[in-house]
Design a protein around this ligand. Structure first.
Ligand code: PRP
Ligand code: ORO
Length: 216
């Protein structure tokens, strides 16, 4: 399936997030990357709809299987998944249950100087990092660095949503391939064309993304 078709096939998720109240419009500044963003997406709200969370994990699992089965696999074999706290934990857990892959996650230092890697692992194992969304890529890069310090290998990262803030390229420069299920642009097109948001918010958000106006 072509990338655009995949994004369209996954728009049920945008609809679900809309129903959950997870997509908000206003003026949001979160950290260094999301500055005066007209749109904010709270994917943590997926825990309020277990069926949607399960379906999201199924879509992620199917995507991974499809990319692995290609003649030139676009995602490497992995031994473990690592959820990025907190937003990535429920997705990584759901993915772990669906795929039968053991899970790890980074736990902040408990009195000691170092972040702890929770879960069993052995040096040389490959880890697929899972997060709910990616903006600038700092969280995933930090996770990869800590895993690599303990001689784990990170080839790929999987997120539900790419906010299209240059993280794809940033991860690539570090040798990590980013796979996303939805882009912010595809969500905006869906909300605009189904008249769920006003033209004003639609255009403002696309402008913020630096994308040409189209669709709605
Ligand atoms: O690509 P980045 O620029 O790192 O941004 C994305 C990260 O930001 C959010 O987490 P946040 O740090 O808000 O913490 P939370 O998951 O605990 O809410 C999100 O869950 C990602 O982990
Ligand atoms: O950039 C972020 O940190 C961020 C953006 C967003 O839309 N939602 C979120 O939870 N975090």
């Amino acid at each position: 399936m072509a990338l655009r078709d995949k994004q369209v096939a996954n728009l049920w998720l945008a609809d679900e997030l809309w129903k959950l109240g997870a997509i908000q419009f206003g003026d949001f500044t979160i950290g260094n990357n999301t500055v005066n963003s007209p749109v904010y997406i709270n994917l943590r709200l997926l825990i309020s709809n277990p069926q949607a969370l399960q379906r999201a994990a199924e879509v992620m699992w199917n995507e991974v299987c499809t990319l692995q089965s290609m003649r030139q696999p676009r995602i490497q074999a992995y031994d473990l998944v690592a959820g990025v706290p907190f937003g990535g934990l429920h997705l990584a857990t759901a993915f772990s249950l669906r795929s039968g892959t053991p899970m790890t996650y980074l736990h902040p230092p408990k009195g000691g100087p170092r972040t702890i890697i929770e879960g069993n692992y052995s040096p040389g194992q490959t880890v697929l990092i899972i997060d709910d969304l990616i903006t600038g890529g700092r969280s995933i890069l930090h996770t990869a660095q800590r895993l690599e310090e303990d001689h784990l290998v990170v080839e790929d990262a999987l997120v539900l949503l790419d906010r299209q803030h240059g993280a794809h390229e940033r991860l690539k420069q570090r040798g990590i391939n980013l796979v996303s299920i939805l882009t912010l642009e595809s969500i905006l097109h869906y909300l605009g064309s189904s008249r769920k948001i006003s033209e004003e918010w639609y255009h403002k958000s696309l402008e913020y993304l630096g994308k040409p106006r189209s669709g709605a």
